[in-house]
Design a protein around this ligand. Structure first.
Ligand SMILES: O=C(O)C1=C[C@@H](OP(=O)(O)O)[C@@H](O)[C@H](O)C1
Ligand SMILES: C=C(OP(=O)(O)O)C(=O)O
Length: 650
C-alpha cells in the first residue's frame, strides 16, 4: 500500500494561497454550461471532483477550455445540451452527481450516471423522489435508492410545487434548485424535515444569482424559482479559496504556534465553512480575519480547550475539529453530524477508529462523536492511519503530526479536493530535526552518534540495534534468518524498549546478547531482506521526537530520514576498525583474533554495500568523516560543527 510518513512537527507558520472552493467550482461550472454566453472561470479548483464535472460537461457537448493560470472558459449552451445521450462517470463527487442528476432529469435525453463503489452506497432516493414529482423518468440501475441511475426524457408535468427531504443531504435541494430554471414555469420547492448543511444552500442561491436567477426564499422551508428564469453568463467569475481546505491550515496555525495565514477566503466569503475559524477561536486559538484572508495562531498559554458544538452548519470542517480535539484540554463533542455517515465513508466510524489508534478515547452515536484526548503526559502514540478513500481523513489526520510521528496510508485520497495537499503542508511546517550518521561496521558511528545526541540534548536511535533485536528474536523463535516473511513478521511486532539506555526485548535486558558476534552476523543477514527493512522503516521514523534525533545506521540519510538536516558518512580503514573491535572485545573479556575480525569486517562491508535494498553508501549530500586518525572527541566536535553551521543558516 502507498503511504506517507509524516515526521513529528515542531511548529507551523507561514502563508498559503488556497485552492479554489470545490462547492463553488462545481456549481459555477454547471451554471456556466447551462447559461447563455461564454464564462471565464478564474481560480477554479483543479482536483478529481472538478475533473469529473468537466469531463461530464464535455460528454454532454459543452466546450470547456483550460486557459493559462488556473482559468477555464465555458461556452454556455443556453439550457440545451448538444448531446442527448451520455454515459457519465462521476467518481465520488457528490456535488457533480446530485446536481447533474437533477439537471439531466429535467433536460431531456438518455443518460447513465455512475461513480465509484462508495458513490453507489451514498443515498439519492430523496432527490429522485422529488424529481419524479416533476415528471422525471429515472430508474435505479442496480440497488433501489442508490446510483447508478438511468435517466430518460421527462414526461411533461404541469405541477408547480415539489417536496424534497432535506435531512440527509442539502445537495438534493441544491441540485433541484439549480435545475428548475430548465422547466420554464414557476416552481416552488418545499423542504420536508429539517434542512441540514444550510450554508451550502446559500452557496447555491448566491451562485444562481451570479448567473442571473434570483430564488425567492421563505425561511428554510420554501424556495421559489420564477417563470422564465434563465441563466446568463456574468462574463467572468472569480472562485474563492476553499474554506474547508482552509480548516487544516488554520488548525495547524492554532496547534503549531503560527501565525499561519490562508489567502482566498475571509470576511466576505460565501462559504459556511469559514465559521470553522469561530469554532477554533472558541477553543482558545487566536484568529484574525481580513477581507480575503484568515490567520490562526496559538492561544497565549499555548493550550486549546475542548468544546461541545452543534456542527450541522459546518459538516466538512467539523472533521478537522475532531483531530484538533486530540490536543485540547478536556473532551470535545461534535453534535448533529449524522450526515457524516453517508459521505466519502462512514466518517463517524472511521474517525473513531483512527483517533483511538493515536490514544484517544472515543464515544459515538448516530449523530455525534465525543473525543477524550490522551493524557498530556502520555501524548499521542505513533500509528498508521487508514484513510478510507476519504480526502478529509487524510488531511485531518496530518494534524496529529504535531504530537507524534505518523504514517498516513493511501495519501493520494486528497486528490478529491486538494491534490498537492502534502506538498503545501510541508511548506508551512517545521519537522523535528534529524542528524543522520551512517557508516561502516565498527567505524565508531555508535559512539560518535550517541555523544553528539548527548551534546545536543536530543534523542538517539541506534538503528542497528533494531536489526540485532530482530535477529535475536528470530533466533529465539527458531526462525531462520533467511525466512524473509517470518523475520519481517517478527520485526513488525518486536516488543522493544530503549528507556534509560537499556535495550529490552519483551522486558528482558538484552544489551549484551545483541552484541555477540553471532547475532551481529545475523543482524547483517536479516538487514539484507527488503521486507524486514520495510517493516522497520516506520518504527525507526517513530524515534523522531522533539527536540531532535541523532540516528546512526547504514541508510539513515538515504532512506529513513532523507530530509535530515545534517548527514554524515563515517568510516575508517578496515585495519583500524578491526583493532578497535578487538580492543572492545578484550576489554569485555571475550577472546578474539584480529585476523578473524578483519576477515569478518571485509565480508560484512561487502554484504552491506552489495545488497539490493538500501545498500550502504555515502549519499551525495553526506559529509565524509574518516576517523582512521581521529580521536572520538575530535570526530564528535566535527559533527557538532557541521550541525551548528546548518542551524546558523536557519
Ligand atoms: O453542496 C455542497 O457543495 C456540499 C454540501 C455538503 O453536503 P451535505 O449537504 O450532504 O451535508 C458538504 O458536505 C459537501 O462537501 C459539499
Ligand atoms: C462530503 C464531501 O463531498 P461530496 O461533495 O462528494 O458530498 C466532502 O467533500 O467532504
Amino acid at each position: 500500500m502507498d503511504f506517507i510518513d509524516l515526521p513529528q512537527l515542531l511548529a507551523a507558520r507561514g502563508t498559503l494561497r488556497l485552492p479554489g472552493s470545490k462547492s463553488i467550482s462545481n456549481r459555477v461550472l454547471l451554471l456556466a454550461a447551462l447559461a447563455s454566453g461564454d464564462t471565464e472561470l478564474r481560480d477554479l479548483l483543479q482536483s478529481d471532483d472538478t475533473a469529473r464535472m468537466i469531463d461530464a460537461l464535455r460528454k454532454l457537448g459543452v466546450k470547456v477550455e483550460a486557459l493559462a493560470d488556473k482559468g477555464f472558459r465555458v461556452s454556455g449552451v443556453g439550457g440545451v445540451f448538444p448531446l442527448r445521450q451520455a454515459d457519465l462517470f462521476l467518481g465520488n463527487a457528490g456535488t457533480a452527481f446530485r446536481s447533474l442528476t437533477a439537471v439531466l432529469a429535467l433536460a431531456g435525453g438518455d443518460y447513465r450516471l455512475s461513480g465509484v463503489a462508495r458513490m453507489h452506497e451514498r443515498p439519492i432516493a430523496d432527490l429522485v423522489d422529488a424529481l419524479r414529482q416533476l415528471g422525471a423518468e429515472i430508474t435505479y440501475a442496480e440497488q433501489g435508492g442508490f446510483p447508478p441511475l438511468l435517466i430518460s426524457a421527462p414526461t411533461p408535468c404541469p405541477v408547480d410545487l415539489v417536496r424534497v427531504r432535506g435531512d440527509v443531504s442539502s445537495q438534493f435541494l441544491s441540485g433541484l434548485l439549480m435545475a428548475l430554471p430548465l422547466r420554464g414555469v414557476a416552481t416552488t420547492v418545499e423542504v420536508v424535515g429539517e434542512l441540514i448543511s444550510r450554508p451550502y444552500v446559500d452557496i447555491t442561491l448566491a451562485s444562481m444569482a451570479r448567473f442571473g436567477v434570483e430564488v425567492l426564499r421563505e425561511g428554510w422551508q420554501r424556495f421559489t424559482v420564477a417563470a422564465g428564469s434563465a441563466y446568463r453568463s456574468p462574463g467572468v467569475v472569480e472562485v474563492e479559496g476553499d474554506a474547508s481546505s482552509a480548516s487544516y491550515f488554520l488548525a495547524l496555525g492554532a496547534l503549531g504556534g503560527g501565525p499561519l495565514r490562508v489567502e482566498g477566503v475571509g470576511r466576505d466569503s460565501l462559504q459556511g465553512d469559514v465559521r470553522f475559524a469561530d469554532a477554533l477561536a472558541g477553543m482558545g486559538a487566536k484568529i484574525t480575519v481580513g477581507d480575503s484572508w484568515i490567520e490562526a495562531a496559538a492561544a497565549d498559554n499555548g493550550r486549546l480547550r475542548g468544546v461541545d458544538l452543534d456542527c450541522n452548519h459546518i459538516p466538512d470542517a467539523a472533521m478537522t475539529l475532531a483531530t484538533v480535539a486530540l490536543f485540547a484540554e478536556g473532551p470535545t463533542i461534535l453534535r448533529n453530524v449524522a450526515s457524516w455517515r453517508v459521505k466519502e465513508t462512514d466518517r463517524i466510524a472511521a474517525m473513531a477508529c483512527e483517533l483511538q489508534k493515536l490514544g484517544a478515547s472515543v464515544e459515538t452515536g448516530d449523530d455525534f462523536i465525543r473525543i477524550v484526548p490522551p493524557a498530556r503526559d502520555r501524548g499521542l502514540r505513533p500509528a498508521a492511519i487508514d484513510t478510507y478513500d476519504d480526502h478529509r481523513m487524510a488531511m485531518c489526520f496530518s494534524l496529529a503530526a504535531l504530537g507524534t510521528p505518523l504514517r498516513i496510508n493511501d495519501p493520494a485520497a486528497v486528490g478529491k479536493t486538494f491534490p498537492d495537499y502534502f506538498t503545501r503542508f510541508a511548506a508551512v511546517t517545521q519537522p523535528v530535526p534529524v542528524v543522520a550518521i551512517d557508516g561502516t561496521s565498527a567505524s565508531g558511528k555508535g559512539t560518535v552518534a550517541s555523544r553528539v545526541a548527548a551534546a545536543l540534548g536530543w534523542h538517539y536511535l541506534d538503528s542497528g540495534a533494531l536489526y540485532r533485536l530482530t535477529a535475536l528474536a528470530a533466533r529465539r523463535a527458531a526462525v531462520g534468518w533467511d525466512d524473509e516473511a517470518a523475520v519481517a513478521g517478527i520485526a513488525a511486532n518486536l516488543d522493544v524498549d530503549f528507556a534509560g539506555g537499556v535495550t529490552r526485548l519483551s522486558g528482558e535486558d538484552v544489551g549484551d546478547a545483541i552484541r555477540s558476534e553471532e547475532i551481529s552476523g545475523g543482524a547483517s543477514r536479516v538487514a539484507a531482506l527488503p521486507a524486514v527493512r520495510a517493516a522497520l522503516l516506520f518504527r525507526q521514523r517513530a524515534f523522531r521526537r522533539p527536540p531532535g534525533l541523532v540516528a546512526d545506521g547504514r541508510d539513515m540519510g538515504a532512506v529513513v530520514f532523507p530530509d535530515s538536516m545534517t548527514k554524515v558518512f563515517l568510516t575508517a580503514s578496515v585495519e583500524i576498525r578491526a583493532e578497535r573491535r578487538h580492543k572492545q572485545l578484550i576489554e569485555k573479556g571475550i577472546a578474539a583474533s584480529i585476523a578473524a575480525l578483519l576477515l569478518d569486517l571485509r565480508e560484512r562491508d561487502e554484504r552491506d554495500s552489495q545488497r539490493c535494498v538500501a545498500p550502504m553508501q555515502q549519499s551525495a549530500d553526506a559529509e565524509l568523516l574518516d576517523t582512521t586518525n581521529l580521536t572520538i572527541a575530535t570526530a564528535v566536535a566535527q559533527v557538532l560543527d557541521w550541525v551548528n553551521k546548518v542551524s546558523e543558516r536557519g
